[in-house]
Design a protein around this ligand. Structure first.
Ligand code: HPA
Length: 280
């Protein structure tokens, strides 16, 4: 393959990031809309704007700071992305998943992915944190399309347990110790950027989706391709279209993210040492 292939580009970006810090994180985080504040609390932090990282996609969505923070949460070294690229910004699925490739080449073996999502399941309330247990990819894109690079992973990766059950159990246990309700559910990923219609939400409920959003799935597919374990948590920033008699807005999404910030950070802080222990 050429010197500009995906593997080589990911390797260069990884080496660049590692040259900015003495830390060697084995856990990567992607923090979604309104959920990026956790990375501000990291200590010994190196902050690298995406624009400086070779080949890295930039996020243009409001509520996404667009930088990688490599730092420590307590004793645990992590690489945390404040914001991500989305298909609706015009990026390909391969570009959206590129940061996962970079994590993998940096030595990351587990990722924690977070996002803002619309709640389809009527038992959720606005502000609920939901553990993603599976997904339905309705984006019409897949980051593995094209020639497979065997150095990254298999041509046909298994997705039976895309979301680590063990990590899900850890998250549930830590949430209950913190007395935080943590539901679980199936995440349907759509292309966006328009929100869904009420008819689309009824359809998604019928096919088994509990949550809807516009991210995460391409990242999960690339992570599983590379053998990286996944924990994913949604914040139900709004009830999905047609459930309440009100229009949806990105402002509401950001405001709800801000409101659950404390709970969300507490959960991440509790989960991280247990995932680090799993990797050591
Ligand atoms: N739909 C799709 N994506 C979203 C939503 C939604 O209702 N809320 C936050 N992200």
């Amino acid at each position: 393959m050429s010197t500009n292939d995906l593997f080589t580009r990911a390797e260069s970006a990884a080496q660049f990031l590692l040259s900015q810090t003495a830390l060697r994180p084995t856990i990567g985080l992607i923090l979604g809309s309104g959920l990026g504040a956790f990375a501000d609390s990291l200590t010994d932090a190196s902050r690298v704007p995406y624009a400086q990282i070779p080949a890295f996609p930039r996020s243009t969505a409001i509520g996404h700071a667009g930088q990688m923070v490599i730092g420590k949460a307590g004793a645990i070294a992590v690489a945390a992305m404040q914001g991500r690229a989305h298909l609706y910004e015009g990026y390909s699925a391969q570009e959206v998943a590129f940061p996962i490739r970079v994590f993998g080449r940096m030595g990351v073996r587990s990722v924690i992915l977070t996002n803002a999502a619309g709640g389809i399941n009527l038992k959720y309330q606005q502000g609920a944190l939901v553990l993603i247990k599976d997904h339905i990819n309705l984006q019409g894109h897949n980051p593995l399309v094209g020639p497979n690079d065997d150095r990254l992973g298999l041509r046909f990766p298994d997705m039976t347990q895309a979301y680590s059950r063990a990590y899900g159990k850890v998250a549930q246990e830590e949430a209950s110790k913190l007395a935080l309700p943590l539901e679980d559910g199936v995440y349907a990923a759509l292309l966006g950027p328009s929100y869904e219609t009420p008819a689309e939400i009824r359809y998604l409920r019928t096919i088994g989706a509990d949550l809807v959003g516009m991210s995460t799935v391409a990242e999960v597919i690339a992570a599983r391709h590379m053998g990286i374990k996944v924990l994913a948590i949604s914040c139900v920033t709004n009830m999905a279209a047609g459930i309440l008699d009100q229009p949806l807005s990105h402002q509401e999404v950001l405001e709800t993210g801000e409101k659950v910030r404390g709970q969300f950070e507490a959960l991440l802080r509790a989960v991280l040492p247990r995932i680090a222990a799993d990797l050591s």
